[in-house]
Design a protein around this ligand. Structure first.
Ligand SMILES: C=CC1=C(C)c2cc3[nH]c(cc4nc(cc5[nH]c(cc1n2)c(C)c5CCC(=O)O)C(CCC(=O)O)=C4C)c(C)c3C=C
Ligand SMILES: [Fe+2]
Ligand SMILES: [Fe+2]
Length: 351
């Protein structure tokens, strides 16, 4: 592929950009929009690691024929006036982070790109360059590293960079599963929920699942989920028996990380656990996987199995503790790059 010929090169490249990245989501809760989104997402060989000759007929056969209609109905049940919850919360995070960095005296262009669908990563990378950013920090909003999520962001950025003649400097945050600011923001979210609603007998920490095979082949995701859970339980001073870790959102027939969230909740209800709280630390923004799969489907399954109350604790979204932690993380990773307006005197707080 030929390199781009830039008629107007990105101004002087003196500015610094921060590119928040999340997974992506359909543009509308309709079968056609969901099909477009799933086709892009599920044809990424890092997401479904099967030989193309095997996977392609299944993807373009039963998966894309059947799943979009059902998934569109599930998306419709959580859709908001600002669109998909994942995009709506990500936009609020972007705006709140930009305001927080500005309030601390830093001049950083904050953009939001989605790995699949829109706004696309490539388009946002180009936008930052056009606004004069010669240095860009990519911050994938996945606390726990996985090849199926984090690594695909790197792939997409590298692919875009591969077409540029005049590349910006690029850094990327790999993971933040044990970041004290992130853990503190999670703990604040849970404590705040308990203060307003009382405390359930059990806190279930439900993470997005992953095929067991990926972990066997060396993906560090599982260990990082367990470490996040351990640090959060420690911060909340929970005793053994007051907290457990489960994995949700299984896709396909293979074995995924266990224990699975919904069957575990049903077993707990059958064993006489009447009330439980569920929190999803791996999702920094509420989305279909938390609002529909947990707060609706898993809750209904828990009640059907004899439970009385299953309370879903909202994701970090735009909580002030989380936005503060994000700003700290961004500034730490931006060290050595200019983030002060020319001639400005740094306010007392510093980086
Ligand atoms: C938080 C980290 C995530 C990991 C790890 C992950 C792996 C993974 N996911 C699928 C398949 C699907 N995921 C879907 C939705 C979805 N997944 C994540 C995050 C992780 N996925 C988020 C934030 C979302 C929500 C998107 C939204 O629009 O709100 C979906 C689509 C929904 C559905 O049809 O159920 C699929 C499919 C695989 C195969 C995988 C790892 C191999
Ligand atoms: Fe997923
Ligand atoms: Fe799901």
């Amino acid at each position: 592929m030929p390199l781009s010929s830039e008629t107007s090169s990105p101004r002087d490249g003196a500015r610094t950009g921060l590119l928040l990245v999340n997974l992506g989501t359909p543009d509308a809760p309709t079968p056609a929009a969901v099909r477009r989104y799933l086709a892009e997402f599920l044809s990424d060989p890092r997401v479904v690691e099967l030989p193309r000759a095997l996977w392609w007929p299944v993807l373009h056969g039963p998966v894309l024929m059947l799943r979009p209609r059902e998934a569109a109905r599930r998306y419709a049940s959580v859709w908001t006036p600002e669109g998909s919850p994942l995009l709506a919360w990500s936009r609020r995070q972007q705006a709140a982070l930009a305001a927080e960095l500005a309030a601390r005296g830093h001049e950083v262009e904050v953009a939001l790109g989605m790995r699949y669908g829109s706004p696309s990563l490539g388009q946002e990378l180009d936008g930052l360059r056009a606004r004069g950013c010669g240095r860009i920090l990519a911050l994938p909003l996945y606390p726990q590293y996985s090849a199926s999520t984090t690594a695909t962001v790197f792939d997409a950025l590298a692919q875009r960079m591969g077409r540029l003649r005049d590349q910006p400097e690029l850094r990327m945050v790999r993971q933040f599963h044990d970041d004290p600011g992130y853990i503190g923001a999670l703990a604040a979210r849970v404590r705040d929920f308990w203060r307003r609603n009382g405390r359930g007998r059990l806190l279930v920490l439900s993470f997005h699942g992953l095929p067991q095979r990926s972990v066997r082949l060396g993906d560090p995701y599982h260990g990082q989920c367990l470490e996040t859970a351990r640090l959060l339980a420690q911060r909340l001073e929970l005793a053994e028996g007051e907290v457990m870790v489960t994995f949700q959102s299984r896709f396909g027939a293979a074995e995924w990380l266990q224990p699975y969230t919904e069957p575990t909740l049903q077993a707990l209800a059958r064993d006489g656990v009447a009330e439980a709280d569920v929190f999803c630390p791996g999702f920094v923004a509420d989305c279909i996987e938390t609002l529909e799969e947990i707060a609706q489907q898993a809750r209904a399954a828990f009640l059907r199995a004899g439970g009385r109350e299953l309370r879903y604790i909202a994701a970090l979204n735009d909580s002030p503790e989380w936005i503060g932690a994000l700003a700290d993380m961004a500034l730490r990773n931006l060290q050595g790059w200019p983030t002060r307006p020319a001639g400005a005197v740094a306010p007392g707080a510093g980086n």
